[in-house]
Design a protein around this ligand. Sequence first.
Ligand code: HEC
Length: 184
Amino acid sequence: MDSWEWNKIAGAVLGVLLFVLAIHFIAEAITKTPLPKKAGYAVDVAEDSEAQTTAIPAAAEPLPDFAAVLPSADVTHGKDLATRCQQCHDDTKAGPNKIGPSLWGLVDRPRATAPGYSYSSAMSANHDPWTYDKLFTYLRAPNTDTPGTKMSYAGLRSPQDRIDLLAYLRTLAETPAPIPAATK
Ligand code: HEC
């Protein structure tokens, strides 16, 4: 073989190498799809975690006039919101305590008194009834309202969401808790 022959062979080898490299780059460009922005298993907590980072003092928020707002609240929306609570709370009649105590008959029930449930000392520090006002404030930011509670839930930021939720929670009783009489 003369050098011309060798040149042809070297050229062919180089050509093949370049071809392989090119295929490799193209294949990589195709298969390297960007990672999805959201994880496949999205938990619906976006709004809740936002509430946690922007803790507004509960005292800064005016209490609604429940006599006026409850009759027009969206109970169906409240029921929908309550699915977030059901991860930890059963709310059916004579239902079991789960991670949290049963929410059946919650409105006007004295705090920390669900039979058979072992409350944190923070929660059982008093047994004042769960009035609409108290629930409204608590559910905004449980950990701010009752520091040390073992309810690890950031809270519902929107006042209207809490009103709708309370309108639903009051129906979870043999006799729904009365709507407070108008004060104004
Ligand atoms: C991650 C679990 C979890 C979620 C979600 C959760 N809770 Fe709780 N909840 C608890 C636990 C645990 C307690 C007991 C707190 C303690 O003893 O400090 C509790 C206690 C309570 C109490 C006090 C009950 C009593 O008998 O005094 C109320 C009211 C309450 N939760 C309402 C709600 C509502 C309404 C929602 C939905 C918006 C909700 N919780 C979502 C775990 C949860």
